[in-house]
Ligand binder design. Structure first.
Ligand SMILES: NC(=O)c1ccc[n+]([C@@H]2O[C@H](COP(=O)([O-])OP(=O)(O)OC[C@H]3O[C@@H](n4cnc5c(N)ncnc54)[C@H](O)[C@@H]3O)[C@@H](O)[C@H]2O)c1
Length: 268
């Protein structure tokens, strides 16, 4: 039995852009499955540098902020079988998936390519790129197999680093360029199914990730990124979430394969 209410899955839902997107989708009537990391920190692979992933308490808070329409799922986007299990649980419970937002991401770097260690390279590619692939591969069969007319939406959070090579962050930049390629190819594959695939490419947005990026670059605070945007301020997570909401609910079915910049007029 399929639920009457549309269902969204949001990875990286515990905080920042993912949490804001989950909240907006819940307000638009979706049941939202928020995926973030395992509650058992011992299972986490460490990411070199200052970036710290969310806690299960943050995931619970973000779920509660969805006002009774959220459900928390602990899983590592790097692990394809964990993501398969979340998708299977969502389908068993609700019988449908209408929207997927792949927002989970992490940042590491601080050295040129020739001094980048294997752990940094692997973490950046596996979380930021393979994580999006794992979620797409797991969720799309149910979306493509839904009865017509289909209206599914797949949205990945890329980055200004999907267009620009950020110094000292080659692995992150390579992963985000990869997300753009993945989404473009996916939109071509989805063709006339009625399901679209797009990415949103934020500039410097005021989240934990930006705080870690500031530390990586040796900046005193995130204010060091203000000059990157012509709007002269940081972007709020809810501004990115508003774009995600629009793509998932209001945008036409002809908008697919796009990388939509929400970067305040980024200058590298
Ligand atoms: N903040 C920015 O300036 C900025 C700019 C461009 C792109 N982005 C992208 O936006 C997305 C959201 O990031 P944010 O800025 O909200 O940062 P954030 O750190 O607040 O949110 C990222 C979330 O992803 C989760 N996550 C990390 N690794 C995971 C894993 N292996 N499995 C499951 N969940 C995992 C984290 O725990 C966290 O809750 C990311 O993809 C990021 O690359 C952010």
């Amino acid at each position: 039995m399929s639920s009457d209410r549309p269902v969204a899955i949001v990875s990286g839902g515990a905080r920042g852009i993912g949490a804001a997107s989950a909240q907006r989708l819940a307000a638009r009537g979706f049941t939202v499955a928020l995926i973030d990391l395992p509650s058992d920190p011992a299972r986490l692979h460490p990411i070199p540098g200052p970036y710290r992933q969310a806690t299960s308490a943050e995931l619970d808070l973000a779920t509660a902020a969805c006002g009774g329409r959220g459900e928390a799922h602990s899983a590592d986007v790097r692990n394809g079988s964990e993501i398969d299990q979340v998708v299977a649980a969502v389908l068993e419970r609700h019988g449908r998936i209408d929207v997927v937002v792949a927002a989970a991401g992490a940042v590491a770097g601080g050295a040129p390519v020739w001094e980048t260690d294997d752990d940094t390279w692997r973490a950046m590619i596996e979380i930021n790129l393979t994580g999006v692939f794992n979620l797409a591969r797991a969720a799309l069969p149910a979306m493509v197999g839904a009865p017509e007319p289909r209206n599914g939406r797949f949205v990945a959070i890329a980055s200004a680093a999907a267009h620009h090579g950020l110094p000292q962050m080659a692995a992150y930049s390579a992963a985000k360029h990869g997300v753009a390629g993945l989404v473009r190819a996916l939109s071509a594959e989805l063709g006339d199914t009625g399901i679209t695939a797009n990415a949103v490419a934020p500039g410097s947005t005021d989240t934990e990730m930006l705080r870690a990026s500031a530390a990586i670059y040796g900046l005193e605070s995130v204010d060091g990124f203000v000059d990157q945007a012509r709007i002269g301020r940081l972007i709020e997570p809810d501004e990115i979430a508003a774009t995600v909401e629009w793509l998932c609910v209001d945008a036409p079915g002809s908008l697919t394969g796009a990388i939509i910049d929400v970067n305040g007029g980024f200058r590298a």
